[in-house]
Design a protein around this ligand. Structure first.
Ligand code: GRF
Length: 209
């Protein structure tokens, strides 16, 4: 299989993006980040990409008449950089079925909870950790999964749990979860780089080396 040529979509500070770049630099991830696109002009991730020498583009949904036109432009940019795999690293935007179907089982997302719990529309950022704390969960964690047309629903690739403590706040829990996000996102991606993922009945099977 050809080398992973990554197109990254991100809306915020970009700590997962940094973790991916760091894994590549340390030789733990066999992939190349070809372009970073953000829907937020002020996103920290845009300046970090530029500082790191990664092509970075700002694409605002507001400049397009429809989601379809916006996503067609995304694909155009990705094709310009010969992207063959897409990462959502904190991307807070709807993806059209057209975009999702353009990269079948080739779009990976990181979610800050143990799916299928605490997923779906509106479940992002602090809302997730707030809900976990409100339910009195004893564990939470992070999930890396493929993206399909339903929010937070595609095949799960990797998960890692963390404990939830009685004195946790949204912030302390978020920080603990974020640590494992940075751990498992590159590992999950490396499984694709090694062509070890097979999808059957919406389940991801990991082949042995
Ligand atoms: C992470 O918590 C991730 O799970 C979620 O969005 C957040 C992005 O954080 N999808 P960062 O921009 O990577 O720091």
């Amino acid at each position: 299989m050809s080398k992973l040529r990554l197109g990254v979509l991100a809306s915020g500070r970009g700590s997962n993006f940094k973790a991916i770049l760091a894994a590549i630099q340390r030789g733990r991830l066999d992939a190349e980040v070809c372009v970073l696109i953000s829907n937020k002009n002020s996103a920290g991730v845009l300046s970090y990409a530029t500082q790191s020498g990664i092509p970075a583009e700002y694409l605002s949904r507001n400049n397009f008449a429809s989601h379809q036109e916006h996503d067609a432009e995304l694909v155009k940019i990705f094709n310009k950089y010969r992207v063959n795999f897409v990462l959502l690293a904190g991307y807070l935007k709807f993806l059209t079925p057209e975009l999702i179907n353009y990269y079948p089982n080739r779009i990976l997302n990181i979610h800050p909870a143990l799916l299928p719990s605490f997923g779906g529309e509106g479940m992002y950022g602090v809302h997730v950790h707030n809900a976990v704390l409100k339910h009195g969960c004893k564990i939470s964690g992070a999930t890396v999964h493929l993206v399909d047309e339903i929010y937070d629903h595609g095949p799960i690739i990797l998960q890692k749990s963390v404990p939830v403590f009685e004195n946790d706040t949204e912030e302390t829990l978020a920080a603990r979860v974020l640590k494992v996000e940075h751990e498992i996102f590159p590992i999950a991606l490396q499984l694709f780089a090694e062509n070890r993922i097979r999808i059957h009945d919406n389940r991801a099977l990991i082949c042995k080396k």
